[in-house]
Design a protein around this ligand. Structure first.
Ligand SMILES: NC(=O)c1ccc[n+]([C@@H]2O[C@H](COP(=O)([O-])OP(=O)(O)OC[C@H]3O[C@@H](n4cnc5c(N)ncnc54)[C@H](OP(=O)(O)O)[C@@H]3O)[C@@H](O)[C@H]2O)c1
Length: 505
C-alpha cells in the first residue's frame, strides 16, 4: 500500500543578508557539507543576495585557491551538481583570512574586514560565526571573538554563533563549554547544531504527532507497549580510530542524536504554539523525567559491545588504525530508559546503536499493546502481531504502520501487513540536506532545531553515570561479529523483558 500527497502547502523563507565566518574553512565539514548547503540554498533562491562568506583557517591559501578548492570538493558532495556559472557569481563573495585560532591579530583583521564588508556589501551588520573546528579550539575562538569586540555588531545587526558537536566530552566539560560561551554570548545567540534535527523525518516527527488527530490519543502508556530507537551504521571507524577511541558509541551517537530522538518522541505538545523555547522546554522536561541509571546498576540497564572481524576483509575494531590494543571503547551500545511521567510510566524506551551492523538504518519504532481479544482466544487471532508505527529517519525516509489483516480465502488466517508512506514516492525528488535547513534557520534566527544549554547538560547528566559505571564495574564488552546485529547479550537483554529487537532491512 502506498499514499500520495493530495495538497502542498508551501511556506517560503529566505535568509537575512549577513556575513558568514567559517572557522576551520580548510577542513572536511566546510567542503563536504557547509559550502554545498550554502550553494544549494542560493540555487533555490533562499539566500539573500548580499550573503558574504569568509573562511578563517591557518593554511597559506589565496582567495582564488580557496574558491577553486571549494568548487571542486563541493561538487563531489553536493546533492545537485554545482553549475559553474552560478558558482562564479556566488564565489565573488567568498574570501579567505589566514590566521591560527590562537593569534589575536587574526581577529583584529577579521573585525576590520567585517566592518568593511558591512560598509560596502550591504550585510547590515549581521554576522554568523561557524565553529567548524576541532572542539579543542572552541574556547580560544570564543574568547578571542569576545576580546576583539565581535560578540555584538557595532553596526546594530545580529551576531550568532553556530557550535558543532561534540558539546563536551562529559558533564564537566559540557558545563565548562557552556560557561565559556555564556561569558561572551547570550544563550539566544548560540546555535548548537545537531544535524539529526535538520533531517526531514526528524522534523516530521512533530508534525506526525501534533498535526494529526489519530496518533496523539494513543501516544501514552495505556496503548504503547514500548519504543525502540535504533541508529545502525554499516561502516566501521574508517581510519578514524584515534578519534573514536575518545568517544565510543555512547558519546558519538547516544548523548546527542539519540537523546534528541527520544525527547522528540516522548515530549508533550508545546504550549502556545511551536516557538523555539516552547519546543525546547518540552524536550528538556522529558530528559528531566528520564530515570537516571545509577553507576552501580549499569550492567542491568545497558549492554556494550565491540565488533570483531568480518564481513570480507573488514578488520576487527582492535585491529583498526589508531585503536589501542587494550581498548575499552564500545562500538555498540544498547540501553533501556524509563521516563517517569504520567504519560510514560512503565513504558520502556530501548536504544541501540552500533558500527558494522548489517545495514545502515536509523529508525524510531513504537510498538502498541496487543488487542485484548488475543488474551481470550486460541486460533488464528493469537498469532496476530502487535501494531507497530515505525518512523524511518534514514535511508528510505518514511513512516510505516503495521497492522493485522485477514489472508484472503476460506480460512480465518491473519497476517501482519504494512502501510507505507515513503518520502520519495509522496513528494518526489530529494529532501534538502540537514545542513541546508539548519544554516537557513540560523540566518533567519529560528533556534527550534538547535540544542539549548540545559538540554545538553541534562543529557550529559544521564550519560555520565553510565560511562562512570562501566569504568567502576569494569563492565564486560561483548564481542559481536562485524556485519551482525550486535552481541548475543543485547538480544538477551531485551529478551528478558519479553520483547525483541525489530528486524531492520
Ligand atoms: N566532517 C564532518 O562531516 C562532520 C560532521 C559532523 C560534525 N563535525 C564536527 O565539525 C567540526 C570540524 O570537523 P572537520 O571534520 O571539518 O575537521 P577538520 O577536517 O579537522 O578541520 C578542522 C579545521 O580547523 C583548522 N584548524 C585546526 N586547528 C587550527 C588552528 N589552531 N588554527 C587555525 N586553524 C586550525 C584546520 O586547519 P588545517 O586544514 O590547517 O588543519 C581545518 O580547517 C568538528 O567539531 C567535528 O566534530 C564534522
Amino acid at each position: 500500500m502506498s499514499m500520495r500527497t493530495t495538497e502542498r502547502v508551501l511556506h517560503t523563507r529566505t535568509s537575512d543578508s549577513c556575513t558568514i565566518v567559517i572557522f576551520g574553512a580548510t577542513g572536511d565539514l566546510t567542503r563536504r557539507k557547509l559550502v554545498p548547503a550554502l550553494y544549494n540554498l542560493r540555487r533555490e533562491g533562499l539566500l539573500h543576495n548580499n550573503i558574504t562568506i569568509l573562511g578563517f583557517a591557518r593554511r597559506d591559501w589565496s582567495d582564488d585557491y580557496f574558491r577553486t578548492l571549494l568548487f571542486d570538493e563541493g561538487n563531489k558532495h553536493s546533492r545537485v551538481t554545482m553549475a559553474e556559472s552560478m558558482w562564479h557569481e556566488f564565489a565573488q563573495r567568498i574570501s579567505y583570512i589566514r590566521s591560527t585560532f590562537e593569534d589575536v591579530e587574526g581577529y583584529q583583521a577579521l573585525a576590520q574586514q567585517l566592518d568593511d564588508i558591512d560598509t560596502h556589501s550591504g550585510t547590515a551588520g549581521n554576522r554568523l560565526f561557524y565553529l567548524a573546528t576541532p572542539p579543542e579550539s572552541y574556547e580560544d575562538i570564543i574568547r578571542n571573538l569576545g576580546a576583539a569586540g565581535l560578540a555584538n555588531s557595532a553596526q546594530g545587526g545580529w551576531t550568532r554563533i553556530i557550535v558543532e558537536k561534540p558539546f563536551g566530552h562529559d558533564l564537566a566539560s559540557a558545563l565548562h563549554l557552556n560557561n565559556v560561551l555564556h561569558e561572551v554570548f547570550d544563550e539566544r545567540q548560540i546555535y548548537r547544531i545537531d544535524h539529526y534535527l535538520g533531517k526531514e523525518t526528524v522534523q516530521n516527527l512533530l508534525v506526525l504527532r501534533f498535526a494529526n488527530g489519530i496518533f496523539e490519543p494513543l501516544w501514552n502508556r495505556r496503548y504503547i507497549d514500548h519504543v525502540q530507537i535504533t541508529v545502525a551504521e554499516q561502516i566501521g571507524v574508517e581510519g578514524r580510530g584515534g578519534y573514536y577511541e575518545q568517544a565510543g558509541a555512547i558519546r558519538d551517537m547516544v548523548q546527542n542524536h539519540m537523546m534528541q530522538l527520544l525527547s522528540l518522541t516522548a515530549m508533550e505538545p508545546p504550549v502556545g504554539g511551536a516557538s523555539a523555547d516552547a519546543v525546547r522546554d518540552e524536550k528538556v522536561k522529558v530528559l528531566r523525567a528520564v530515570r537516571p541509571i545509577p553507576a552501580h546498576e549499569v550492567n542491568r540497564h545497558t549492554v556494550r559491545g565491540r565488533y570483531t572481524a568480518g564481513p570480507g576483509t573488514a578488520p576487527a575494531y582492535l585491529n583498526e588504525t589508531g585503536v589501542q590494543p587494550d581498548s575499552t571503547t564500545e562500538t555498540y551500545v544498547a540501553m533501556r530508559f524509563e521516563i517517569e511521567s504520567w504519560r510514560w510510566a512503565g513504558v520502556p524506551f530501548f536504544l541501540r546503536t552500533g558500527k558494522r551492523m548489517p545495514v545502515r538504518a536509523s529508525e524510531i519504532s513504537v510498538t502498541f499493546r496487543s488487542a485484548p481479544l488475543m488474551l481470550f482466544q486460541d486460533g488464528p487471532m493469537s498469532r496476530s502481531a502487535p501494531n507497530e508505527l515505525s518512523i524511518r529517519i534514514q535511508p528510505n525516509e518514511g513512516v510505516a504502520l503495521r497492522f493485522n489483516s485477514k489472508v484472503p480465502g476460506q480460512a480465518n488466517d491473519i497476517r501482519p501487513v504494512t502501510m507505507n508512506f515513503n518520502y520519495v514516492d509522496a513528494f518526489g525528488g530529494e529532501s534538502p540536506e540537514a545542513y541546508e535547513r539548519l544554516l537557513l534557520d540560523a540566518m533567519i534566527g529560528d533556534s527550534t532545531l538547535f540544542t539549548r544549554s540545559d538540554e545538553v547538560e541534562t543529557s550529559w547528566s544521564l550519560i555520565n553515570p553510565i560511562i562512570e559505571g562501566w569504568q567502576m564495574l569494569n563492565s564486560p564488552i561483548h564481542e559481536y561479529v562485524g556485519g551482525s546485529w550486535g552481541p548475543d547479550a543485547s538480544h538477551e537483554f531485551i529478551g528478558a523483558s519479553g520483547r525483541s529487537w525489530r528486524r531492520l532491512s
